[in-house]
Write a protein that binds this ligand. Structure first.
Ligand code: DMJ
Length: 461
């Protein structure tokens, strides 16, 4: 019902725009997708299908067939287009077998390739999606790529260039063209770059120069800017049916460094993963970092017994801490970031960090921990989130983020993010389904919760 409500309102007020603005009842386009439209349609497709919302799925499919235009000319985030559009289209193709989703994914994938034309093969973050054969007078920048203006000294971001691999492997598999897999392997596993460059204490900083292959700034985080790089290492191994041992080793080594240098326990006994800035710890966890409970649990299988248990314990402790960040708020929803300093434990201490934008990471970890342990507390915690979303985020025409989780009368941000339909509602649904609905043995979720089949087999939901 929540998904139907979110979709119906998007369809009524914003179909074809990227997101719904549920208070003003109109659409939002933004500047992340370079002229591409319908981010919410593409992000919602597989969720509608899995939830058996047949009529709504057909509405979304019809939009893709009739109105999804790839002939656009604008600056897009390589990462966002990949995880939302390519991931959503691929997953829907694998679930339904319908060609339209495959052909759109491949066509869009081609448009992303010029971003990899750098001296190291590490792509830049922004790409112009204009048609390359019309380059010159009408679209002089088509196919060109840039680094984000805000990223230090023209650097590429670890979580961006490290989060292409799963989707690009499938683009190669489906097209028979190895170029996608080759480009993303260089960028993800970085054989010539990441393995060669010295890592401070075994940790991966978040900013790397795509020209020299050197780190640009020593900020390490398992939350924003770093997060899905680690996620895609362990998921590369799982998606390859445990054959990609190189990715597994990089994950194991990275996690060992994280355990050694970043995992801390608060005075009140809460385990958290701190950030690292040039050798100095910042005792803060972002909401984004809360996906790591699920990831560490997922990666714990197949390790030796001692290590497996240690990682399962760590995963459960981090997920508990993230639950505490929700439980300690008045709305029972968690802030964008919470801290463990100045007497504070698992609470935001800055006004600017008190908001919640319908993010999925905490329920994502509940879903994995439930599937891997069957401890009923994860379903209870998931249900608390459902109730809080209904109470504080549901407005007349959709769901909205809130500006302050520490008041029972929060103001709304007027934005229904597309990842709410792709991830938050999907993970909540899977938390209450039987384990064989998108079984973790057969499917790997990309970082936007779009399921991709393990070892390229074609299982149905
Ligand atoms: C999503 O778009 C993806 O999960 C991404 O990896 C980071 N965060 C947002 C949602 O919070």
């Amino acid at each position: 019902q929540m998904m139907k409500f979110a979709w119906d309102n998007y369809k009524q007020y914003a179909l074809g725009k990227n997101e719904l603005r549920p208070l003003t009842k109109n659409g939002h386009i933004g500047n992340m997708f370079g002229g591409l439209r319908g981010a919410t349609v593409i992000d919602a497709l597989d969720t509608l299908y899995i939830m058996e919302l047949e009529e709504e799925f057909q509405e979304a499919k019809k939009w893709v067939e009739k109105s999804f235009d790839l002939n656009v000319n604008g600056e897009a985030s390589l990462f966002e287009v990949n995880i939302r559009y390519i991931g959503g289209l691929l997953a829907t193709y694998y679930l339904t077998g319908e060609e339209v989703f495959k052909s759109k994914a491949l066509e869009l994938g081609e448009k992303l390739l010029p971003a990899f034309n750098t001296p190291t093969g590490i792509p830049r973050g922004v790409i112009n999606l204009g048609r390359q054969d019309t380059r010159s007078f009408f679209s002089p920048c088509s196919g060109m790529s840039w680094s984000w203006g805000w990223a230090s000294a023209g650097s590429s971001i670890l979580a961006e260039f490290g989060t292409l691999h799963l989707e690009f492997l499938h683009l190669s598999e489906l097209s028979g063209n190895p170029v996608f897999a080759e480009k993303a392997s260089t960028s993800h596993l970085g054989l010539q770059v990441l393995n060669r460059v010295e890592k401070p204490q075994g940790l991966y900083p978040n900013f790397l120069s795509p020209v020299t292959g050197n780190w640009v700034q020593h900020h390490v985080s398992i939350g924003g800017l770093g997060d899905s790089f680690y996620e895609y290492l362990i998921k590369s191994w799982l998606m390859s049916d445990k054959k990609d041992l190189e990715a597994k080793k990089m994950y194991d080594d990275a996690l060992e460094a994280i355990e050694k240098h970043l995992v801390k326990k608060s005075a009140g006994g809460l385990t958290y993963i701190a950030e690292w800035r040039g050798g100095v710890l910042d005792h803060k966890m972002g909401h984004l970092a809360c996906f790591s409970g699920g990831m560490i649990a997922l990666g714990a299988e197949d390790a030796g017994e001692e290590r497996r248990q240690r990682h399962m314990d760590l995963a459960a402790e981090i997920t508990n801490t993230c639950h505490e960040s929700y439980a300690r708020s008045d709305t029972k929803l968690g802030p964008e970031a919470f801290r463990f300093d100045a007497g504070s434990e698992a609470m935001a201490t800055r006004l600017s960090e008190r908001y919640y934008i319908l993010r999925p990471e905490v329920v994502e970890s509940y879903m994995y921990l439930w599937r891997l342990t069957h401890d009923p507390k994860y379903r209870q915690w998931g249900w608390e989130v459902v109730k809080a979303l209904e109470k504080h985020c549901r407005v007349e025409a959709g769901f909205s983020g809130i500006r302050d989780v520490y008041t029972t009368t929060p103001t709304h941000d007027n934005m229904q993010q597309s990842f709410f339909l792709a991830e938050t509602l999907k993970y909540l649904y899977l938390l209450f389904c039987e384990d064989d609905v998108l079984s973790l043995d057969d499917w790997v979720f990309n970082t936007e919760a779009h399921p991709l089949p393990v070892n390229h087999t074609n299982f149905k939901a």
